[in-house]
Write a protein that binds this ligand. Structure first.
Ligand code: PLP
Length: 452
């Protein structure tokens, strides 16, 4: 359908190449231009209001327009708008935020900053390689990730990502990266298998992969505690408890990608705490600054820290770092965001809403279009299926239709394949949760009618 583009939309298509966008259809339909945000709502340039059910891209955990974050950003901008941490330089906001991260993240000893989740995971892999070189294990370099995991879009982080559209057209994944199965009980379990049996089987499969590759060649395993962009996939019970000992047995690092799950989203400060994962290092971004300023961080445990610090002494430097890693604005805002989350006890707030949020999601399980309703904390998904179990062909069209219907009804949610995913600002109230769910039933029915 071709529509008459507004002046802004015309300027947009003439000037921008959009991420995750089909440029050909975009040229015909035009951009949806968002102008401002307030609380859980955003407003477009036509004056329409939307409940932002995805907190932007899983990042605006404290909603839009938080006065305290804005004031801290303004003050930091005026005091020291830029400085770096290269060559032993430092600044107070970077130190203060690292201390706060260490206080919250169990077992973590040092913090290394970047600007994005992709850079954090790229850094994780480089540190895993650096660590094994320091340990005199030059062959221990392979990384095991998971099908449907999402870890970013730079060359190595996109290779870690286990989604076909991140590889297609880009000659990815690179070598040294392997993908093990998705821990999705609904899709992956055998007939009659319990969740625990499924978890045990996946841990066995991981061990077989490690043995086939050679344990001396496998450096690290990376996982999101709850898969986000792959469709909000909550692992079956006992999953990380089964995986953990396998990694320990072969001395393999365990990287928790907390880019979505971190900072309260699952009702604990970190998803790894909620899901029973025991990481040796963690990647953080997004909600770290409430999404207001780009900043990411890698936190590593004491063992990794001492080996890496020692090796930098031996070879002369840790030759890695980004110009904007640990930007003072990001660190000051991150520090304030943690203060706000602590003061308002955001993990407790998430837990207080979780029951009703998850119950509401599951009320749609009986809809003929819904194969599975799932989630944890304030993360959720409705997986749309033909007849309760199969997959639509092509994948993604039905989900995209439903997301467009929701938009017409004032709610922004995203389709991950044919799963409609939910990740509202964590500051959402019980009434706003009601408002988020209000149009779902009608939109499901309209989508069902269209898909027939
Ligand atoms: N890791 C996870 C779990 C993510 O969800 C994302 C982005 O959605 C990333 C990494 C990549 O982050 P960025 O887009 O900031 O590079």
């Amino acid at each position: 359908m071709t529509v008459q583009l507004t002046n802004t939309q015309t300027r947009d298509v003439e000037a921008l190449l959009h991420p995750y966008t089909n440029a050909v259809t975009h040229r015909a339909t035009g951009a949806h231009v968002i102008e401002r945000g307030e609380g859980v709502y955003v407003y477009d340039d036509q004056g329409n209001r939307f409940l932002e059910g995805m907190a932007g891209l899983w990042c605006c955990g404290l909603g839009f327009g938080d006065e305290e974050l804005i004031e801290v950003a303004q003050a930091q901008m005026a005091k020291l708008p830029y400085y770096h941490l290269f060559g032993g330089r430092s600044h107070e906001p970077a130190i203060e935020l690292a201390e706060k991260i260490k206080d919250l993240a169990p077992g973590m000893s040092r913090v290394f900053y970047q600007s994005s989740g992709s850079e954090a995971n790229e850094t994780q892999i480089k540190l895993a390689w650096y660590y094994n070189n320091a340990m005199g294990r030059p062959d221990k370099k392979k990384i095991i990730s998971r099908v449907k995991g999402y870890h970013g879009v730079s060359i190595v982080s996109a290779s870690l990502t286990g989604l076909p559209y991140n590889h297609k057209g880009f000659d990815l994944p690179v070598d040294r990266i392997h993908h093990t199965s998705t821990p999705h009980y609904f899709r992956g379990a055998h007939e009659g298998e319990t969740e625990l049996e499924f978890s045990t089987r996946l841990a066995h499969e991981l061990e077989q992969m490690i043995l086939a590759e050679g344990p001396d060649t496998v450096a690290a395993f990376i996982a999101e505690p709850v898969m986000g962009a792959g469709g909000v996939i909550v692992p079956p019970s006992g999953y990380f408890e089964a995986i953990g000992p396998v990694l320990a047995k072969y001395d393999i690092l365990c990287i928790a990608d907390e880019v979505i799950c971190g900072f309260g989203r699952t009702g604990e400060w970190f998803g790894s705490q909620r899901l029973g994962m025991q990481p040796t290092s963690m990647s953080m971004a997004k909600q770290l600054t409430g999404g207001y300023v780009p900043l990411s961080a890698v936190a590593i445990n004491a063992d990794m820290a001492s080996v890496i610090e020692g090796y930098s002494g031996e070879i002369g430097t840790l030759g890695h770092g980004f110009t904007y890693g640990g930007h003072p604005l990001g660190c000051a805002v991150g520090s304030a965001a943690i203060d706000i989350m602590r003061r308002r006890d955001i993990p407790a707030h998430v837990r207080s809403l979780e029951g009703e949020f998850q119950r509401r999601l599951r009320t749609y399980s009986d809809n003929p279009l819904v194969g599975e309703a799932r989630g944890v904390g304030l993360l959720g998904a409705l997986e749309l299926t033909p007849g309760g179990r199969g997959t639509f062909d092509p994948v993604g069209k039905v989900g995209a239709f439903m997301a467009a219907e929701l938009l017409k009804n004032g709610v922004i949610l995203r389709a991950a394949g044919d799963s409609i995913v939910f990740c509202p600002p964590m500051t959402i109230t019980a009434d706003e949760v009601e408002e988020l769910f209000a149009p779902i039933e009608n939109c499901l029915n309209a989508t069902l009618h269209w898909a027939k």
